[in-house]
Design a protein around this ligand. Sequence first.
Ligand code: BES
Ligand code: ZN
Length: 850
Amino acid sequence: MAKDTPQTFYLKDYTPFGFDVESVHLTFRLTPETTRVISKIRFAPKPDAADKTFFLHGEELQLISAKIDGQDATPDVTDKGLTCAVPSTPFTWEAEVEINPAGNTALEGLYMSNRMYCTQCEAEGFRKITYYPDRPDVMSTFTVRIEGDEPVMLSNGNPMGAGEGWAEWHDPWPKPAYLFALVAGDLVNHPGSFTTRSGKEVELNIWVRPGDENKCAFGMEALKKSMKWDEDVYGLEYDLELFNIVAVDDFNMGAMENKGLNIFNSSCVLASPETSTDANFERIEAIIAHEYFHNWTGNRITCRDWFQLCLKEGLTVFRDAQFTSDMRSEPVKRIDDVITLRARQFPEDNGPLAHPPRPEQFQEINNFYTATVYEKGAEVIGMLKRLVGDENYYKALKLYFERHDGQACTIEDWLKVFEDATGRDLQQFKLWYSQAGTPRVKVSEDYADGTYTLTFEQSTPPTPGQPDKAPRVIPMAVGLLSPNGDEVRGTQVLELTGAKQSFTFDGLASKPVPSILREFSAPVILERGTTNAERAFLLAHDTDPFNRWEAGNALAKETRVAMVLDGAAPDTAYLDALEKLVRDDEQDPAFRALVLSPPSQADIAQTLHERGYTPDPQKIYDAAETFTQTLAQQLETSLPRLYAATTVEGPYSPDAEGAGKRALNGRILSLLTRLDGGEQAARQYEAAGNMTQQYAALAALLKAEKGDAQSQAFFDQWQDDRLVMDKWFALQIACAAPEKTAAAAAGLTKHALFDMKNPNRFRAVMGALAGNHAGFHHASGEGYQLLADSLIALDKLNPQTTARMCAAFQTWKRYGSDRQALIRAQLTRIAGAEGLSRDTNEMVTRILDA
Ligand code: BES
Ligand code: ZN
């Protein structure tokens, strides 16, 4: 049977809705399978509207009745919504619909998670709750009445009253429907409070299921720190008397910024030293900040349409990164972010899914919550800040909040604010929003008579729909070092605007060593012929911590690439440099841990691909093993001392300093385990007083295939804790040898605690499978097949999570013809699956079209 051709939406087709929504009243009569939603909405036709069609979105709704000004109405209903003849003067629309929260496994709209009612409306989930103009540029105030027997019943804004079986809420701030939220269930709160700088007292709550109360304290502190930080750095205060956060177990994403009622995936808010790792704590702090920061960048100023998504997401990611840098370590945060950018955004930008930070078309908007919109969107803001300077940046932001508060905006509005605040023309800069692809910047140098010249040439490879690209503005932060290691020119931001451009530096006594793209000042790929000796020099002397790490990272990559291509032995100069650094107690432990963490195997595959080779995942794995084994042997005599010196004693505290030490300690333990057969790791497992140490020990043991007993003990200890069990599922697959990975994952999908309907559990298993590079890409093709089987099964229940996981196949054209054929077969099988969702269909079609 032929599938319907899916509808494509285009940015260029934007037309405003023909009606203002003056107020929204909603009544919910909650029952798990037959919830009634009664809406009463005041509409006013816009006199000058180009399109006067009264169309309300609505999907999977059973319409019980519809009225206009009290008279029965007879709308035309389709599976996408309804149209209706309406008066040309303001009128009241009333509708009653029935929905089935218990049967909602897609987790969009109103659904049940662990006997609790909750909603997820971004991007287009409100249309599964009632008929409504479900678009972000339609803003209104919401009054909500909830009827049901749940002990706690919450919605946005302020409580207006409650009694036996009912509760009423009113949100005074006009908002788009995607920010609507409702939660009802047996919940307990961890309370807190915050006094804003103008003296307003805000009540704070984190709502959780009974039993999770002891995992809220950290999140509450993170929330207060975020509120304070946004006042201090951006001058932004919270604007309601109440701020609620709710933890839910079944959630497609990390968290959601609903006005006054943020809803969090429990993995992104619940934390305790016994159950959460340092990485979990850091992520929780960041995500609480992120959702809180949306109150201004997202809620008070929202997006005109979903093509503008990076307006709120790129900016809010940028702001949460600033926050984390301020709370923890700026260079470590920058290095972490660049690692993530290269691991997630570069493959996207250089493959079949490439799209600009502001896409121009989509079939399913959920497929565009991507690393490009988020992470590259944040990088673009970082470049803007670098180009205009800090003072101008904050001046422009002040203007943005003054000019656009209460509006639904575009990227044009955003850039205009910067042009007006700084007098700068941003036409060329705007290309960063409209062009896909990662620019390559070729660097060459010249030195004569005291003058040093750096020449840059930029080009961007073709991406789907964009064969040719114009040169962009690229801020290149550069410093120069003299051969003895002194900095002879401090950091300077060179503005690259042409396809080819040179910059000169005069008065240099000798040929300097350049440190280019400091702080990773632009999301580009540098191409520069340089030597390992120079990299080792920069690793030792660069004053820019990012570039110091980058030099070490480049050395690591060169070594591994040479091992893969020529069967070379690990580079001894690099091993020596590493040894020196590991032993250098003057250096920040977190930084040492980063330098000691080898580039991922996927990263090596990407590097080989960029250089025109076909990566062989098994060879890349073997090189990684050999390298790590050699490093362990080289460090043999110092490892026990280093292990002891980095072990953090005393009560656990999730601060950056302790976390940095534990990260280094974990790296050392993994090296030590290669030499001592797991003795130390087994001891650490026994003695561990926190999850970071317990997890590091288990990981080291599983990697060495010596962890069966501990894995069983871990299961026995934590089987009733869902979030810890997610770690248990994932770790076994992440640590499996290539030839055993698919079987390990397949075995776990048969485990009694495997539950496909829970996105965290599904991602724990399938994400770990896709993340085990050599295992997933094992020549047998079993990894591909298992993932495809699982995606086909999940698509019937949860299209959003299925579609997102399809990205695991996006790099398929990198690999050899055998693997390509295996992957193509699986993608074709998914594409042909009966009743495939629009979400998944769009993803596999784009990937296959490469
Ligand atoms: N607005 C999003 C949540 C969202 C994403 C809802 C996609 C619906 C569809 C939220 O602000 C967000 O960006 N969350 C991120 C985490 C954040 C720290 C980048 C997430 O959920 O992964
Ligand atoms: Zn966000």
